[in-house]
Design a protein around this ligand. Sequence first.
Ligand code: C2E
Ligand code: MG
Ligand code: MG
Ligand code: MG
Length: 291
Amino acid sequence: LDNGRHTPDSVAFYQQGQDESHQRELTLIRDLPNALQSGQFYAVYQPKVDIKLKQCRSAEALIRWQHPEFGFVPPDQFIKLAEHSGNIGLISNWMLEKVISQAAIWWRESMPLQLAVNLSVSDLLNPLLADQISLLLKQHQLPAAALALEVTESAVMEDTASVIAQLQRLRSLGITLSIDDFGTGQSSLAYLKQLPVHEVKIDRAFVKDIEHNANDALIVSATTQLAHSLGLTVTAEGLENQAGLAYLVDCGCDKVQGYFFARPLKPEQFEPWLQQLPQQLAESLSIQSVK
Ligand code: C2E
Ligand code: MG
Ligand code: MG
Ligand code: MG
């Protein structure tokens, strides 16, 4: 705000803008519970492409909100609000039910994808979480291998001991666990070995310019090596172009997610996308490696 021009007008304008966005936030918080019940939310699925096995067997579920007044509201605008207003559990329960139902449909159709749901720290502090998930899987006759859960690095650091205990419970059910947005929190690489997870997802911040930024390439390659030495797999998030792919291959990344392979897809778009993947992989991976 400090642009050196403190005229009453600009201050009033700023405050009005503040008030409007505050008003919108209050409206979103107020609308959320009903919106979930009245069909304003839906889930999309972004493929995770295994660049070593050259196939796709998993995807991440991402929530979408089509608000009647505001139109499309991105998750970055309402997840934090839901967390702070105590409503995130509603979203997580809705997503778990939705995503497990979708997985059940795909498994019945011989498309056995592992679908990942993003959870917040408060979900992990819910003592009933593991039982609820286990019941949902049973109701839909799905093996635990059909489900993955993503937790951000910063969420785990909020209440490490309880979160680790919960992760252990989920892991013993057979659910795959990922640390999301890795590299953006303040934890050290060594900290990873305390976490009972299967996968590390390297944040998009280190991936998006990897072909231009030697530091990013170094960070991705070192993180991958360490994760592998701990027995974890590595997914790189947010790959947007062909040039970056060769670097990720050289770094030893196992899986790649990003607009380059696919944007988050509606359920009916997934199978057609899968069918063109062999062709897309043959073309994109045949291009010469960078080192
Ligand atoms: P995330 O879990 O790290 O998900 C990845 C985000 O990056 C998604 O944004 C995805 O659409 C976007 N993305 C993927 N590939 C690319 C790419 O190549 N380029 C760019 N620019 N972006 C890419 P989205 O769907 O807007 O979600 C943002 C964040 O909101 C997610 O980050 C996650 O933290 C949160 N979120 C989304 N759905 C849920 C949910 O159901 N529950 C919870 N708790 N959080 C969610
Ligand atoms: Mg995620
Ligand atoms: Mg992520
Ligand atoms: Mg992210």
